[in-house]
Design a protein. Structure first.
Lengths: 375, 444
């Protein structure tokens, strides 16, 4: 039995790939699958800085079929720049993908407006990424969960993990609020709670939780490529037509126990509306109808930790450092390989080991200015 | 600690237009009384009320089910304000007692300090008129938001002309702008009786009051033309241009929830009711109203699979039971339908079916969806999120902003190494190429 701790997209995808190969899996989730940041995010599927990028791009077009449920994935991204500085940074991140053989094309304002009728005269230009895309986070999270169950895996919701019992250098059981589950391997993919779950095993997994937020508008008629953003915002037009956008300041927080704090919103929602109205000046009349919040975690360098521990040797630790949704099809497949064979044969994960933080000072959060504000 | 992360909220402020000892939201009788009492005790007091509404909200059925039965006069804010003051003479007395009164101002947000939100020294309310949003700080808040209509999704309920008891009351007595002539009233309790009495007093013809139907549908081509219902074995029919649903109301708990008030299912009150906190008092109908026979009415309407529960997103009772993805996906739900989910949660079902996700912010379907999910036990409250009134981007965008927030704005954190190749070691002195507004590099 392979026990996955955490029913977010990373854990669920891992369970999916394992179950697909016939391995017995149990996902233990303290709440509802995809309930936290996995189900509420920008839905972006475009991460050229990741070693999992190629696999991300290869897998997304197949996910609806693999999971047997619509993920609402759509290809391509459009980037809008409102000044030369924004355009310059966009080209720098575009180069990461074009260096890997993916195609991108510049767009002048007129071309941009043909594709995105909402942009105004303040746009200096844009880029059409003929790669990447976007999907619906909640639907995808649920699709993984149902696919796992269809493949014979088990998902325990509303079940908290209290500890991992090890013996002779191996994890032998996962202790949960619903009893103990004997295991042959464990994957800890519990988002910001990963650190607390790994600590009793003698491993410091450095991460700092933070609260982030997004806004959603009423639906608009669909444009050709809904994956359009810029002006310091990330987001998309959903298939239904709503605009869902986030960005701006986050709040570093502290966790208290096994519950995830409620990700409330702040007046930053108005700042998001301002940025969105700058990006699409023709949409001032469009109404904002809700907002979201989410709690994510970041490692000290903002990069994932995808590592199989040496002791206990059958435990894999996974944190995507706040950028997990889009990469999840590939991440899960990589983690399944780490569980089964100790290494990933399709991506270079050598820089994503926990050991890179071996010399990290204990007060790293304070040194980086990542402490929670005083209580 | 070394310098706080400049791209985080630490060190940022939310500029305030004003500060008050006490803000009361909702200028009905209970709200006016609370504001007068606060002012009498020497508190600097603000009383806000969203009426007269932004005209766009009537069409969205916010906050009541207006059913397109308000006349064009409601577009004239000045005239409507005069009518509201005339309809609520207590407002004058409150002003004379020193209460600052702001009509046409909606409370769209409530922000209180919490575990994941430590940047606020005092509670902050988000307010907005038709032009701009702003923030005020406040020590004590009284929620007097009243109650809103409950839709019972009988066939034909989305036709123009179908309104709720609160919508009818506001159109008739607050705005003086009710545009119907002949109404039928659904409901057998005091709420429905009140509608009948108010209508007759105003010289509006009451074609029927339907208190205990065994089946009911509202008919008409583009507008309500008649209502037909089964009463025992007999089908009956009444011609009318307006149907007033007066089965039940529910307290508006949206703002109370944003302000951190506990909200629990209270059978004695027939639904979710809020509790006060040390900073937030709740008065009037916002506390909960007497229980009505809502469950039986909803059961009757929802028994039909084709009952349209969520009009914004076109989700039927059958779609909900089958947990069917939205129509544009043309896909089936899981074989077990709602049974595929485990303990039912309205927010989860909302995200999967889109019921409650539309522009009316779920006001017209919340109770129906909740009833469908509560066969075994009451499902938990579906969450509320700011803005709890749909606000145009331009109105929210007008909220004053800390210049430091703009200067340090990044699309996603400010961690330079996060955006550079992860197959190479993280560089010591990385350039930030993530999304930014503009300007110099401020982030390492």
């Amino acid at each position: 039995m392979i026990v996955i701790v955490g029913g977010g997209v990373t854990g669920l995808s891992t369970a999916f790939w394992l179950a697909r190969e016939g391995h017995p899996v149990t996902v233990v989730e303290k709440g509802i699958v995809g309930w936290e940041a996995s189900g509420r995010n920008g839905g972006g599927c475009t991460h050229p800085y990741s070693p999992l990028f190629r696999e991300e791009q290869r897998l997304w077009p197949m996910m609806d079929e693999l999971l047997g449920h619509p993920t609402e994935w759509r290809p391509h991204r459009l980037k809008v720049a409102l000044d030369e500085g924004q355009l310059d940074r966009l080209w720098k991140s575009t180069k990461l993908a074009t260096d890997q053989g993916f195609e991108a094309a510049p767009l002048d304002r007129a071309e941009l407006r043909d594709l995105v009728p909402w942009v105004g005269d303040n746009a200096v230009g844009g880029i059409h990424w003929k790669y990447g895309g976007h999907a619906n986070p909640q639907r995808t999270s649920q699709a993984y969960a149902w696919a796992v169950e269809r493949l014979g895996g088990r998902i325990l919701q509303h079940t908290a993990v209290r500890g991992i019992r090890s013996q002779g250098g191996r994890a032998v059981a996962v202790e949960t609020s619903a009893g103990e589950i004997g295991c042959d391997a464990v994957v800890i993919a519990a988002g910001p709670h990963t650190a607390a779950l790994a600590a009793p095993l003698g491993h410091r997994v450095p991460m700092a939780p933070a609260r982030v937020e997004m806004i959603v508008t009423e639906p608009l008629p669909s444009i050709v490529h809904g994956g359009v953003d810029g002006n310091g915002l990330y987001g998309r037009q959903t298939l239904r037509g709503n605009l869902a956008y986030g960005g701006g300041p986050h709040e570093w927080i502290d966790l208290d126990g096994e519950a995830t704090p409620r990700p409330v919103n702040s007046p930053v929602v108005a700042s998001l509306a301002r940025r969105l109205n700058e990006l699409f000046p023709r949409l001032g009349h469009v109404r904002v109808i809700r907002s979201w919040g989410g709690i994510v975690e970041n490692t000290p360098d903002g990069r994932p930790i995808l590592d199989r521990l040496e002791d206990p040797g059958n435990v894999v630790v996974a944190s995507m450092s706040s950028v997990g949704f889009g990469l999840s099809p590939a991440t899960g497949r990589a983690l399944a390989q780490l569980v089964l064979q100790g290494h990933c044969d399709f991506a270079d994960l050598s820089q994503l080991k926990l050991s890179r933080f071996g010399n990290l000072p204990l007060d790293w959060r304070s040194r980086q200015g990542w402490e929670a504000m005083p209580a | 600690m070394s310098q706080a992360d400049p791209t985080s909220l630490a060190g940022k402020t939310f500029p305030l237009r004003d500060g008050y000892d006490h803000v009361v939201i909702g200028a009905g009788d209970a709200g006016i009384a609370a504001a007068q009492a606060a002012a009498a005790a020497g508190a600097k007091t603000l009383l806000v009320d969203e009426h007269p509404l932004d005209p766009g909200l009537f069409g969205l059925d916010i906050p009541y089910l207006f059913g397109e039965r308000v006349d064009a006069a409601t577009r004239n804010a000045g005239r409507m304000e005069e009518r509201i003051v005339a309809a609520r003479p207590g407002l004058i007395a409150a002003m004379e007692a020193g209460v600052e009164v702001a009509l046409g101002v909606a409370a769209w947000g409530g922000f209180v300090r919490g575990v994941a939100n430590r940047g606020l020294p005092r509670p902050v309310l988000g307010l907005a008129d038709r032009e701009a949003a702003w923030l005020v700080a406040v020590d004590r808040i009284t929620v007097a938001t009243g109650a809103r209509d409950v839709v019972v999704p009988f066939a034909g309920w989305t036709l123009p002309g179908v309104m709720g008891a609160r919508g009818f009351d506001a159109a008739l007595r607050l705005y003086g702008a009710f545009s119907g002539r002949r109404i039928a009233v659904i409901g057998g309790g005091t709420l429905a009786d009140g509608v009948v009495t108010a209508a007759r007093t105003a010289g509006i013809e009451v074609a029927a009051q339907i208190a205990a139907p065994t089946a009911l549908r509202i008919e008409g081509r583009e507008d309500v033309a008649r209502i037909t219902w089964q009463d025992g074995d007999a089908w009956r029919e009444a011609a009318c241009d307006t149907v007033v649903m007066a089965v039940d109301t529910v307290p508006m708990v949206d703002l109370a929830e944003l302000l951190g008030c506990p909200i629990a299912w209270v059978a004695a009150k027939g639904g979710f009711a809020p509790q006060p906190t040390p900073q937030v008092a709740i008065v009037g109908d916002a506390l909960g109203t007497a229980p009505a026979a809502r469950a039986a009415w909803l059961d009757l309407a929802l028994a039909e699979d084709h009952a349209l529960v969520c009009a914004c997103e076109e989700v039927s009772a059958g779609d909900l039971r089958a947990l069917r993805p939205p129509r544009y996906l043309d896909a089936a739900g899981p074989e077990a339908g709602l049974g595929a989910l485990g303990p039912l949660n309205q927010d989860q079902v909302k995200r999967l079916t889109r019921a409650g996700m539309g522009a009316c912010q779920g006001r017209r379907c919340r109770e129906s969806v909740h009833a469908l999910l509560s066969r075994d036990r009451p499902a938990p409250l579906a969450s509320y999120r700011a803005p709890i009134r749909p606000l145009p981007l331009s109105v929210l965008a007008a909220l004053e902003e800390d210049p430091a927030l703009r200067a340090n704005w990044t699309g996603w954190f400010g961690i330079a190494a996060q955006w550079l190749p992860h197959w190479e070691p993280a560089p010591e002195d990385a350039e930030y190429i993530g999304g930014r507004l503009s300007g110099a590099e401020v982030v390492k």
